[in-house]
Design a protein around this ligand. Structure first.
Ligand SMILES: *Cc1c(COP(=O)(O)O)cnc(C)c1O
Length: 377
């Protein structure tokens, strides 16, 4: 069976993990590897401040906490996303307002955002699906006009750009995931990007159990104390050590994934031309990171038989999100605003193909062969 995902491993990670324990004697958070990873991310993506977190989910929680929401405040997000995008804001007492996506990128529709804004709206959460950027110029303009904060869920968007800017660095806050299913991994982990300097100090406090320990370590205060709400959002330096191996190889991992993505896209171009499937759309002003390769089958029934055909052919393919507004918790904590033209239809028709770092040419060719065979090619 060709697996849908294999966690990325380049070969240097375990030596760095060993160093964290045996040489550095530092396995808790904020050790040398955490600092190296954070500096690398800041430099590579021209980000003001990057803090590693225990997951993409907790990066979103930190961002949501920094938004300082009050019960009843509204947050606008797509329904076509992972539960974490929503739960982070539910934990802060917000009301979720789900809106529709665009049919090309499957990202949140700026016009639907604009239509959903009320007196109570505080935050917009664009999710960069498949590592392809949302329409950030339009979204940032709407946020500015209405005085709203923007939290980018860039969990899938590490190494992608929008008009030359790294995803996660455009809104007030950006959130990355380094889960094993993402392009760059530390097992479980993530990062929050603080792009609005006014929030930097509070971000460090929230991440350190509500204490000003970071100020203390820099010698800015002579003792540290509990000053605000917060939690423990620091990952172990052992996990950061694993991530360091991946970041050093970031370009290699990127090139490898892109090669598979383009091999698929070239191999299925004729199927799309004949109207048998729809392929992913990457607008010209965005650079993607090959986080995902998906196809859209004509109907739910087609997708179901496509997935079982692939399974019989030894290829594991997966559907994706069940729209959050139709999930039990989504009904409890939110409402869909406007018309669901694309969200449900896309979620019923979309199927993701195996794509991971180090996929062999043979496996790649086999996936292409089985997909084409389904269409009688
Ligand atoms: C993976 C993912 C998350 C959550 O990241 P974790 O590191 O698994 O907590 C959040 N949002 C999106 C869009 C994701 O793909």
């Amino acid at each position: 069976m060709i697996d849908f995902n294999v966690p990325p491993y380049v070969g240097t990670e375990m030596e760095y993990v060993r160093q964290s324990a045996e040489d550095n004697h530092k396995i808790c958070g904020d050790g040398p590897f955490t600092k190296r990873c954070q500096s690398w991310l800041e430099e590579r993506f021209c980000a003001d401040k990057v803090l590693l977190t225990t997951s993409g989910t907790t990066a979103l929680e930190m961002a949501a906490m920094l938004c300082d929401l009050e019960p009843g405040d509204e947050v606008i997000l797509p329904s076509f996303t992972f539960s974490s995008t929503a739960t982070a804001f539910v934990l802060m007492g917000a009301k979720l307002v789900f809106v529709d996506i665009l049919p090309d990128t499957k990202n949140i529709d700026p016009a639907a955002i604009e239509a959903a804004i009320t007196e109570k709206t505080r935050v917009i959460v664009p999710v960069h699906y498949a590592g392809v950027a949302c329409d950030m110029d339009e979204i940032m303009a709407i946020a500015k006009a209405h005085g709203l904060l923007v939290v980018e869920d860039a969990a899938q968007g590490v190494m992608s750009t929008y008009k030359g800017k790294a995803l996660g660095t455009i809104g007030d806050f950006g959130c990355y995931s380094f889960h094993e299913t993402k392009n760059y991994s530390m097992g479980e982990g993530g990062a929050v990007l603080i792009n609005n300097p006014a929030y930097c100090e509070r971000a460090e406090i929230i991440r350190e159990k509500g204490t000003n320990r970071s100020n203390f370590l820099r010698g800015q205060v002579d003792k540290y104390t509990w000053v605000d709400k917060g939690s423990s959002y620091l990952p172990s330096d052992m996990n950061a050590a694993y991530l360091w191996g991946q970041l050093e190889a970031a370009q290699t991992i990127y090139d490898d994934r892109m090669a598979t993505w383009h091999a698929y896209n070239d191999a299925f171009a004729d199927l799309a031309a004949e109207g048998l499937v729809e392929l992913p759309v990457v607008p010209d002003d965005r650079v993607q990171n090959a986080h995902m390769y998906y196809l859209l089958l004509p109907t739910l029934e087609d997708r179901t038989s496509f997935i079982s055909f692939l399974k019989e052919g030894g290829v594991q393919a997966c559907f994706h999100y069940v729209p959050l507004h139709s999930a039990p918790a989504g009904e409890r904590f939110g409402l869909f605003h406007g018309e669901d033209v694309y969200t449900t239809k896309v979620s019923e028709r979309l199927v993701r193909l195996p794509l991971y770092y180090g996929m062999s040419d043979g496996d790649r060719a086999r996936v292409i062969e089985v997909v084409r065979a389904y269409f009688g090619k």
